[in-house]
Design a protein around this ligand. Sequence first.
Ligand SMILES: *Cc1c(COP(=O)(O)O)cnc(C)c1O
Length: 306
Amino acid sequence: MPLHIKTPLLASSALSLAAGRSIALKMEALQPSGSFKLRGIGHACEHYKARGAQRFISSSGGNAGLAVAYAGRALAVPVTVVVPETTPLRARQLLDLEGAEVIVHGASWQEANERAQSMIGTADAFIHPFDNPLLWEGHASMIDEVAESGARPDAVVLTVGGGGLLSGVVEGLQRNGWGDVPVVAVETRGAASLGAAAAAGERVTLDAITTIATSLGAKQICARAFALLGQHPIRPVQVSDAEALDACARFLDDHRVLVEPACGASLALAYGAANILAPFNTVLMIVCGGSTMSLAQMQDWQQRAS
Ligand SMILES: *Cc1c(COP(=O)(O)O)cnc(C)c1O
Protein backbone atom coordinates (compact mmCIF):
# COMPACT_ATOMS: atom_id res chain seq x y z
CA MET A 1 0.00 0.00 0.00
CA PRO A 2 1.56 3.35 -1.01
CA LEU A 3 1.35 6.22 1.46
CA HIS A 4 -0.28 8.59 -1.03
CA ILE A 5 -3.87 8.42 -2.20
CA LYS A 6 -5.31 8.27 -5.72
CA THR A 7 -6.50 11.82 -6.26
CA PRO A 8 -9.58 12.96 -8.18
CA LEU A 9 -9.24 14.01 -11.81
CA LEU A 10 -11.83 16.76 -12.25
CA ALA A 11 -13.13 18.33 -15.42
CA SER A 12 -13.31 21.97 -14.34
CA SER A 13 -16.19 23.94 -15.83
CA ALA A 14 -14.98 27.15 -14.20
CA LEU A 15 -11.39 26.97 -15.41
CA SER A 16 -12.43 25.65 -18.82
CA LEU A 17 -14.75 28.61 -19.25
CA ALA A 18 -12.06 31.04 -18.11
CA ALA A 19 -9.42 29.53 -20.38
CA GLY A 20 -11.63 28.90 -23.39
CA ARG A 21 -10.47 25.29 -23.60
CA SER A 22 -10.99 22.07 -21.68
CA ILE A 23 -9.11 22.04 -18.36
CA ALA A 24 -8.80 18.91 -16.23
CA LEU A 25 -7.43 19.14 -12.69
CA LYS A 26 -5.31 16.51 -10.96
CA MET A 27 -6.15 17.31 -7.36
CA GLU A 28 -2.85 16.70 -5.59
CA ALA A 29 -3.86 19.32 -3.01
CA LEU A 30 -5.97 16.54 -1.51
CA GLN A 31 -3.02 14.31 -0.62
CA PRO A 32 -2.99 13.72 3.15
CA SER A 33 0.18 15.77 3.58
CA GLY A 34 -1.35 18.60 1.53
CA SER A 35 0.74 18.34 -1.63
CA PHE A 36 1.93 16.00 -4.39
CA LYS A 37 5.23 15.63 -2.52
CA LEU A 38 3.90 12.64 -0.62
CA ARG A 39 3.97 10.55 -3.80
CA GLY A 40 7.71 10.70 -4.28
CA ILE A 41 8.72 11.18 -0.67
CA GLY A 42 6.44 8.36 0.50
CA HIS A 43 8.00 6.10 -2.13
CA ALA A 44 11.53 7.10 -1.08
CA CYS A 45 10.79 6.66 2.62
CA GLU A 46 9.36 3.17 2.04
CA HIS A 47 12.48 2.30 0.07
CA TYR A 48 14.84 3.51 2.81
CA LYS A 49 12.83 1.84 5.57
CA ALA A 50 13.04 -1.48 3.72
CA ARG A 51 16.83 -1.00 3.71
CA GLY A 52 16.90 -0.51 7.46
CA ALA A 53 16.74 3.27 7.89
CA GLN A 54 15.96 4.13 11.50
CA ARG A 55 15.42 7.84 11.05
CA PHE A 56 14.46 10.22 8.24
CA ILE A 57 16.09 13.65 8.12
CA SER A 58 14.81 16.65 6.16
CA SER A 59 15.75 20.31 6.00
CA SER A 60 12.49 21.55 4.55
CA GLY A 61 10.02 23.60 6.54
CA GLY A 62 7.57 23.36 3.68
CA ASN A 63 5.64 20.67 1.87
CA ALA A 64 8.64 18.34 1.55
CA GLY A 65 9.30 18.35 5.30
CA LEU A 66 5.62 17.77 5.95
CA ALA A 67 5.54 14.85 3.57
CA VAL A 68 8.57 13.30 5.30
CA ALA A 69 6.90 13.84 8.69
CA TYR A 70 3.70 12.21 7.44
CA ALA A 71 5.57 9.29 5.88
CA GLY A 72 7.66 8.75 9.01
CA ARG A 73 4.61 8.64 11.22
CA ALA A 74 2.82 6.24 8.87
CA LEU A 75 5.90 3.98 8.71
CA ALA A 76 6.73 4.31 12.43
CA VAL A 77 10.15 5.78 11.64
CA PRO A 78 11.27 8.85 13.67
CA VAL A 79 11.69 12.07 11.69
CA THR A 80 13.95 15.06 12.35
CA VAL A 81 13.39 18.27 10.40
CA VAL A 82 15.91 21.12 10.66
CA VAL A 83 14.40 24.46 9.66
CA PRO A 84 15.75 28.02 9.65
CA GLU A 85 14.51 30.68 12.06
CA THR A 86 12.54 32.28 9.22
CA THR A 87 10.20 29.27 9.01
CA PRO A 88 6.66 30.44 9.85
CA LEU A 89 5.19 29.25 13.13
CA ARG A 90 2.36 27.55 11.27
CA ALA A 91 4.80 25.29 9.39
CA ARG A 92 6.50 24.29 12.64
CA GLN A 93 3.13 23.55 14.20
CA LEU A 94 2.15 21.31 11.30
CA LEU A 95 5.44 19.40 11.66
CA ASP A 96 4.76 19.06 15.41
CA LEU A 97 1.32 17.76 14.63
CA GLU A 98 2.84 14.93 12.58
CA GLY A 99 5.12 14.09 15.50
CA ALA A 100 8.39 15.16 13.86
CA GLU A 101 11.29 16.46 15.91
CA VAL A 102 11.79 20.06 14.77
CA ILE A 103 15.19 21.70 15.20
CA VAL A 104 15.32 25.42 14.48
CA HIS A 105 18.78 26.43 13.31
CA GLY A 106 20.31 29.28 11.34
CA ALA A 107 19.16 32.41 9.56
CA SER A 108 18.76 30.78 6.15
CA TRP A 109 17.88 27.46 4.62
CA GLN A 110 21.57 26.92 3.72
CA GLU A 111 22.52 26.94 7.39
CA ALA A 112 19.65 24.69 8.41
CA ASN A 113 20.55 22.30 5.63
CA GLU A 114 24.22 22.21 6.66
CA ARG A 115 23.17 21.33 10.19
CA ALA A 116 20.85 18.60 8.86
CA GLN A 117 23.66 17.17 6.71
CA SER A 118 26.03 17.13 9.69
CA MET A 119 23.52 15.05 11.66
CA ILE A 120 23.21 12.21 9.16
CA GLY A 121 24.36 8.97 10.80
CA THR A 122 24.77 5.55 9.20
CA ALA A 123 21.22 4.47 10.11
CA ASP A 124 19.65 7.74 8.87
CA ALA A 125 18.19 8.53 5.47
CA PHE A 126 18.31 12.14 4.26
CA ILE A 127 15.26 12.93 2.14
CA HIS A 128 16.00 15.61 -0.45
CA PRO A 129 13.03 17.78 -1.48
CA PHE A 130 13.45 17.34 -5.24
CA ASP A 131 16.75 15.80 -6.37
CA ASN A 132 16.38 12.03 -6.02
CA PRO A 133 15.31 9.48 -8.69
CA LEU A 134 13.08 7.73 -6.14
CA LEU A 135 11.08 10.95 -5.82
CA TRP A 136 10.59 11.23 -9.56
CA GLU A 137 9.53 7.60 -9.78
CA GLY A 138 6.96 8.22 -7.06
CA HIS A 139 5.67 11.50 -8.54
CA ALA A 140 5.19 9.72 -11.88
CA SER A 141 2.30 7.76 -10.35
CA MET A 142 0.04 10.80 -10.75
CA ILE A 143 0.36 10.43 -14.53
CA ASP A 144 -0.28 6.67 -14.29
CA GLU A 145 -3.63 7.55 -12.70
CA VAL A 146 -4.47 9.99 -15.48
CA ALA A 147 -3.49 7.40 -18.09
CA GLU A 148 -5.78 4.83 -16.43
CA SER A 149 -8.66 7.23 -17.05
CA GLY A 150 -7.76 7.08 -20.75
CA ALA A 151 -7.87 10.85 -21.26
CA ARG A 152 -4.68 11.87 -23.09
CA PRO A 153 -4.11 15.63 -22.61
CA ASP A 154 -2.68 17.91 -25.31
CA ALA A 155 -0.44 19.49 -22.65
CA VAL A 156 0.33 19.33 -18.94
CA VAL A 157 0.71 22.47 -16.82
CA LEU A 158 2.76 22.32 -13.62
CA THR A 159 5.02 24.53 -11.53
CA VAL A 160 8.78 24.24 -11.06
CA GLY A 161 10.85 24.78 -7.94
CA GLY A 162 13.87 22.50 -8.03
CA GLY A 163 12.35 20.43 -10.82
CA GLY A 164 11.36 17.26 -8.99
CA LEU A 165 7.71 17.51 -10.00
CA LEU A 166 8.72 18.23 -13.60
CA SER A 167 11.10 15.25 -13.63
CA GLY A 168 8.44 12.97 -12.18
CA VAL A 169 5.67 14.08 -14.52
CA VAL A 170 7.89 13.64 -17.58
CA GLU A 171 8.83 10.18 -16.31
CA GLY A 172 5.12 9.42 -15.95
CA LEU A 173 4.35 10.70 -19.45
CA GLN A 174 7.17 8.64 -20.93
CA ARG A 175 6.28 5.42 -19.15
CA ASN A 176 2.67 5.71 -20.35
CA GLY A 177 3.55 6.24 -23.98
CA TRP A 178 2.84 9.96 -23.78
CA GLY A 179 6.44 11.08 -24.30
CA ASP A 180 5.39 13.67 -26.89
CA VAL A 181 2.90 15.49 -24.64
CA PRO A 182 4.33 18.98 -23.99
CA VAL A 183 4.77 20.31 -20.48
CA VAL A 184 4.16 23.96 -19.71
CA ALA A 185 6.52 24.63 -16.80
CA VAL A 186 5.45 27.64 -14.74
CA GLU A 187 7.52 29.69 -12.30
CA THR A 188 6.98 32.99 -10.57
CA ARG A 189 9.35 35.70 -11.79
CA GLY A 190 11.17 35.82 -8.46
CA ALA A 191 12.06 32.12 -8.63
CA ALA A 192 12.67 31.48 -12.32
CA SER A 193 15.60 29.08 -12.08
CA LEU A 194 14.27 26.92 -14.93
CA GLY A 195 13.69 29.94 -17.16
CA ALA A 196 17.19 31.20 -16.44
CA ALA A 197 18.71 27.80 -17.23
CA ALA A 198 16.71 27.49 -20.46
CA ALA A 199 17.84 30.97 -21.56
CA ALA A 200 21.50 30.41 -20.64
CA GLY A 201 21.74 26.85 -21.94
CA GLU A 202 23.24 25.75 -18.64
CA ARG A 203 22.18 25.46 -15.04
CA VAL A 204 22.17 28.87 -13.41
CA THR A 205 22.23 29.73 -9.71
CA LEU A 206 19.92 32.65 -8.97
CA ASP A 207 21.31 35.41 -6.73
CA ALA A 208 18.13 35.67 -4.72
CA ILE A 209 14.61 34.36 -4.43
CA THR A 210 12.01 37.12 -4.41
CA THR A 211 8.55 35.58 -4.47
CA ILE A 212 5.71 34.72 -2.12
CA ALA A 213 5.66 31.30 -3.82
CA THR A 214 8.32 29.99 -1.42
CA SER A 215 7.87 26.37 -2.52
CA LEU A 216 9.27 27.39 -5.91
CA GLY A 217 12.31 29.01 -4.31
CA ALA A 218 15.13 26.69 -5.38
CA LYS A 219 18.04 28.80 -6.58
CA GLN A 220 19.08 26.09 -9.04
CA ILE A 221 17.11 23.34 -10.79
CA CYS A 222 18.33 19.77 -10.46
CA ALA A 223 20.52 18.28 -13.19
CA ARG A 224 17.73 15.93 -14.27
CA ALA A 225 15.30 18.79 -14.93
CA PHE A 226 17.95 20.59 -16.94
CA ALA A 227 18.66 17.49 -19.01
CA LEU A 228 14.95 17.10 -19.75
CA LEU A 229 14.93 20.52 -21.43
CA GLY A 230 16.83 18.84 -24.24
CA GLN A 231 14.80 15.62 -24.28
CA HIS A 232 11.16 16.58 -23.87
CA PRO A 233 8.97 19.41 -25.18
CA ILE A 234 9.05 21.76 -22.19
CA ARG A 235 7.85 25.35 -22.41
CA PRO A 236 9.04 27.52 -19.51
CA VAL A 237 6.72 30.39 -18.64
CA GLN A 238 6.67 32.97 -15.86
CA VAL A 239 3.86 34.70 -14.01
CA SER A 240 3.86 37.44 -11.39
CA ASP A 241 3.20 36.88 -7.70
CA ALA A 242 0.01 38.93 -8.10
CA GLU A 243 -1.25 36.62 -10.83
CA ALA A 244 -0.46 33.54 -8.74
CA LEU A 245 -2.18 34.99 -5.68
CA ASP A 246 -5.22 36.09 -7.65
CA ALA A 247 -5.51 32.58 -9.07
CA CYS A 248 -5.48 31.14 -5.52
CA ALA A 249 -8.39 33.40 -4.58
CA ARG A 250 -10.40 32.58 -7.69
CA PHE A 251 -9.71 28.87 -7.31
CA LEU A 252 -10.97 28.98 -3.74
CA ASP A 253 -14.27 30.38 -5.00
CA ASP A 254 -14.46 28.05 -7.98
CA HIS A 255 -13.46 24.77 -6.35
CA ARG A 256 -13.54 25.48 -2.58
CA VAL A 257 -9.92 24.38 -2.26
CA LEU A 258 -7.22 26.67 -0.85
CA VAL A 259 -3.80 26.26 -2.46
CA GLU A 260 -0.57 28.22 -2.05
CA PRO A 261 0.85 30.62 -4.66
CA ALA A 262 3.34 27.93 -5.78
CA CYS A 263 0.24 26.14 -7.09
CA GLY A 264 -1.73 29.26 -8.06
CA ALA A 265 1.05 30.04 -10.54
CA SER A 266 -0.17 27.14 -12.71
CA LEU A 267 -3.83 28.01 -12.30
CA ALA A 268 -3.01 31.58 -13.36
CA LEU A 269 -2.54 30.31 -16.92
CA ALA A 270 -6.20 29.32 -17.03
CA TYR A 271 -7.44 32.53 -15.45
CA GLY A 272 -5.14 34.90 -17.31
CA ALA A 273 -5.05 35.85 -20.96
CA ALA A 274 -2.21 33.38 -21.45
CA ASN A 275 -1.92 32.61 -25.11
CA ILE A 276 0.64 29.98 -24.21
CA LEU A 277 -2.31 27.56 -23.92
CA ALA A 278 -3.70 28.55 -27.32
CA PRO A 279 -2.31 25.51 -29.21
CA PHE A 280 -3.98 23.03 -26.84
CA ASN A 281 -7.61 21.89 -26.75
CA THR A 282 -7.34 19.79 -23.62
CA VAL A 283 -5.02 20.73 -20.78
CA LEU A 284 -4.15 18.79 -17.64
CA MET A 285 -3.27 21.04 -14.69
CA ILE A 286 -1.43 19.60 -11.71
CA VAL A 287 -3.05 21.20 -8.66
CA CYS A 288 0.06 20.60 -6.59
CA GLY A 289 -1.38 21.92 -3.33
CA GLY A 290 0.30 23.56 -0.38
CA SER A 291 -0.32 22.85 3.28
CA THR A 292 1.04 25.98 4.92
CA MET A 293 -1.46 28.26 3.17
CA SER A 294 -4.26 29.77 5.25
CA LEU A 295 -7.06 32.22 4.59
CA ALA A 296 -5.39 34.77 6.90
CA GLN A 297 -2.13 34.43 4.96
CA MET A 298 -3.91 34.93 1.66
CA GLN A 299 -5.70 38.04 2.91
CA ASP A 300 -2.46 39.42 4.35
CA TRP A 301 -0.73 39.07 0.97
CA GLN A 302 -3.71 40.61 -0.81
CA GLN A 303 -3.62 43.64 1.48
CA ARG A 304 0.09 44.14 1.00
CA ALA A 305 -0.38 43.99 -2.77
CA SER A 306 -3.20 46.54 -2.89
C1 LIG B 1 7.60 21.39 -3.97
C2 LIG B 1 6.49 22.12 -4.58
C3 LIG B 1 6.56 22.64 -5.87
C4 LIG B 1 7.80 22.54 -6.72
O1 LIG B 1 8.26 21.23 -6.86
P1 LIG B 1 9.77 20.94 -7.31
O2 LIG B 1 9.85 19.47 -7.31
O3 LIG B 1 10.66 21.56 -6.27
O4 LIG B 1 9.97 21.56 -8.64
C5 LIG B 1 5.46 23.28 -6.39
N1 LIG B 1 4.34 23.42 -5.67
C6 LIG B 1 4.22 22.94 -4.41
C7 LIG B 1 2.95 23.14 -3.68
C8 LIG B 1 5.29 22.26 -3.83
O5 LIG B 1 5.17 21.77 -2.60
